[in-house]
Design a protein around this ligand. Structure first.
Ligand code: SD4
Length: 326
């Protein structure tokens, strides 16, 4: 299904709303103890990731398996310039990847600044399951991955290397500036609520293109790029990681839900907090998506241009997010 058709589907079913997304329209069973399993993920690459994640949820699979297998699709896509194998390098030509994962028991794992490994999300899961630690970085993370038989890859792929060489010629020693809503869509974050009522989340990225060597963004940081609290809800972020970290973005969203905000209101609160902290957000885009324990979802961004994908038993849609500044 094309993006336009998906949006039309949303409009026809009357599910768009400025106050979040009503996934239950047409679902007569909604009651106080009813919840609706769902997967949501950032940007339009989320549509393909959701399909794989939903296949697991549909078969009564666990949310943690769904969120891992969903984003692996994006990590494998060599045409994706912001996640996994096809990702953009840093200033020095190294593709360094960041990822994290969190389950319904608050178990979490993360890798940052890892190079030459195909599936950082699965390495993050292995950190969670096989080590007493939460986070491994750089060479240590790579060694752990290789010791655990993770597939090695050569990055940047030739096409990306060529692009980087061009960039380098023109921008020698210059730091790159973040791009608001770059067409090269960003990080994938995926959240799932399974049929047992459990939440999990994943987040994976090659980060800010042409960043400084050694730079790590929000995406592998539990509480910034991703947070799951199985009593309340889950959230993840995309955009300029430095700004998201400053307000512990995803944790802020989940904590607002704990205090009674809907997923939509909680995402709005986090975006407003970033605007307050950063003051000038002209060139800063930050976006959040969130779900609660019932399967209600929400999203909000600083600027226009962010979208996210939703899939449940009733619908598969790509939704244009609400945004704060016009
Ligand atoms: C980062 N948040 O590394 C990631 C990148 C991203 O939109 O999501 N860009 O800061």
């Amino acid at each position: 299904m094309k993006r336009r058709d998906l949006i039309r589907l949303g409009m026809l079913t009357g599910v768009f709303s400025t106050h979040g997304f009503d996934l239950f329209s047409g679902d007569k069973k909604k009651s106080s103890d009813h919840f609706s399993p769902v997967v949501i993920s950032t940007w339009n690459h989320g549509l393909d990731a959701n399909k794989v994640a939903w296949d697991q949820i549909k078969m009564n699979g666990d949310a943690i398996d769904a969120v891992e297998s969903g984003v692996k699709i994006t990590e494998s896509d060599i045409n994706n310039r912001s996640v996994g194998i096809g990702g953009m390098p840093d200033m020095e030509g190294h593709v360094t990847l960041d990822a994290c994962i969190m389950d319904h028991n608050s178990n979490c794992g993360s890798v940052a600044f890892i190079e030459g490994i195909a599936h950082p999300i699965s390495v993050a899961r292995a950190v969670m399951e096989k080590t007493p630690h939460v986070m491994l970085v750089g060479e240590g993370a790579k060694k752990f991955a290789l010791d655990n038989d993770f597939k090695k890859i050569k990055t940047p792929i030739p096409e990306v290397k060529k692009q980087w060489k061009e960039w380098k010629k023109q921008n020698r020693d210059k730091l790159s500036k973040p791009k608001v809503n770059s067409e090269n869509h960003d990080t994938i974050g995926l959240l799932a609520l399974d049929k047992k009522g459990n939440l999990s989340g994943s987040c994976t990225t090659s980060g800010w293109a042409y960043k400084m060597h050694g730079r790590v963004g929000d995406s592998p940081i539990i509480g910034a790029g991703l947070f799951v609290d199985n009593e309340v809800g889950a959230a993840c972020a995309t955009g300029v990681g430095e700004s998201i970290i400053k307000i512990a973005g995803s944790h802020t969203v989940v904590e607002s839900m704990r205090h009674g905000f809907t997923p939509q209101e909680a995402c709005e609160e986090a975006v407003r907090r970033i605007i307050k902290v950063e003051k000038n957000v002209k060139n800063i885009q930050c976006c959040f998506i969130a779900i609660d324990k019932k399967g209600n979802v929400g999203s909000h961004a600083i600027h226009k241009g962010f979208n996210y994908a939703i899939k449940n038993s009733l619908k598969e849609v790509l939704v244009d997010s609400t945004y704060e500044l016009t």
